[in-house]
Design a protein around this ligand. Structure first.
Ligand SMILES: [Zn+2]
Ligand SMILES: [Zn+2]
Length: 354
């Protein structure tokens, strides 16, 4: 019987549990996991820095192959490409109803009936809900995107988290090529947003990052200028993108935009101490603040297209850590905690290591 790694709470060993392989019903699709990478969010949950349901099956950065369709599925993906058993796919981290106020408001990731892969309370009746497993059962309302073979598994796994979130943030900016950006944080999300902005024609992408090695990395991902947090230019750029999620970084981001500029916050995914906020400055500088969490299906399609067409010149392979088997999941988390900025890959035993 296929296995899932059950998370029982912060700093507890994972339990490998076996469940019968489900038969997909209706619009469900059964996927065999090829690779699941550990995200900063998974590490926060594992360390107890943020509260998520437990027990649960973690892992949402997943790529897999279609194993079986329910009787009522559309055999096409979000881009209109045909789907077959054996096709390699990624899918939206959220499944949404498509009918509620929030879905109609075009933020389906906030659907009132949302289902979130890798974030659900473990249900032995529906155990294949996260990527740290041999299979995942996709719910109706999940957006599926087929991935070209040219994108390796460990990179394709990033599509439905960091890459799609970067696409979402950049889409929210609007017509982007005329704007100058300052990105705070050169982790996987910041580096992805840097590369993506450059391929969208943004001429000036400044990256602000405390770690010297990551500043170097940002240049390799297309940053036009890099700064340490104590000497970045203030009041100059059109848009500040906060993608690091620390108190200091959020405070710094508010000082970056010009008059009439925008601060976008997308990096804070765990409880953080309150920041010093200067309301008078925000009024006089006519700042716009915009929070962005996750993404919509169109951003996932954009993310996959970016990985298929534009990712080659950038050293994305440097962001992927070593791979571990499902039964080595405890060691994989230990490695992930010790090497922030690398996404560790979990590959079920039945799959070849990348
Ligand atoms: Zn993630
Ligand atoms: Zn909804």
């Amino acid at each position: 019987m296929p296995q899932v790694a059950v998370f029982h709470g912060p700093n507890q060993a994972f339990e490998l549990a076996s469940y019968p392989l489900p038969e997909p019903q209706g619009r469900e699709v059964l996927v065999k996991v090829a690779c699941c990478t550990l995200c900063r969010g998974d590490l926060h949950t594992h360390a107890g820095r943020r509260k998520e349901p437990a027990p649960s099956v973690l892992g949402h950065e997943i790529v897999g192959r279609i194993e079986a369709f329910g009787s009522n599925t559309a055999y096409v993906d979000y881009r209109g490409l045909p789907l077959h058993v054996g096709d390699r796919i990624t899918w939206s981290v959220t499944a949404s109803c498509g009918k509620c106020l929030l879905c109609e408001d075009r933020i389906p990731q906030k659907c009132s009936a949302v289902f979130k892969y890798g974030h659900q309370q473990h249900d032995p009746q529906m155990p294949f809900s996260g990527g740290l497993a041999e299979y995942v059962l996709l719910k109706p309302g999940t957006s599926i995107v087929r991935i070209a073979d040219s994108v390796p598994d460990s990179l394709a796994a990033l599509a439905n988290c960091a890459t799609a979130t970067a696409a979402s943030v950049l889409r929210e900016i609007g017509i982007i090529s005329h704007r100058s950006l300052m990105i705070f944080g050169a982790g996987v999300l910041g580096l992805t947003a840097t590369a993506m902005a450059r391929t969208m024609g943004v001429k000036r992408v400044i990256v602000c990052e405390p770690d010297a090695q990551r500043r170097e990395q940002a240049l390799a991902f297309g940053a036009t200028e890099v700064f340490a947090p104590d000497d970045y230019p203030k009041g100059t750029v059109d848009v500040a993108l906060e993608l690091a999620g620390t108190k200091e970084s959020v405070e710094a981001a508010f000082a970056a935009p010009r008059v009439g500029g925008t601060v976008m916050l997308a990096g804070t995914l765990q409880p953080t101490p309150g920041v010093l906020f200067d309301p008078e400055g925000a009024v006089r500088r006519m700042l716009t603040m915009h929070g962005v969490h996750n993404y919509t299906p169109i951003d996932l399609a954009e993310a996959v297209a970016f990985l298929e067409i534009h990712a080659k010149p950038f050293p994305f392979a440097d962001l992927i850590g070593p791979s571990f088997r499902l039964e080595e999941v405890d060691a994989a988390f230990a490695y992930g905690h010790a090497h922030p900025g690398q996404h560790v890959a979990i590959v079920p035993l039945s799959e070849p290591r990348p």
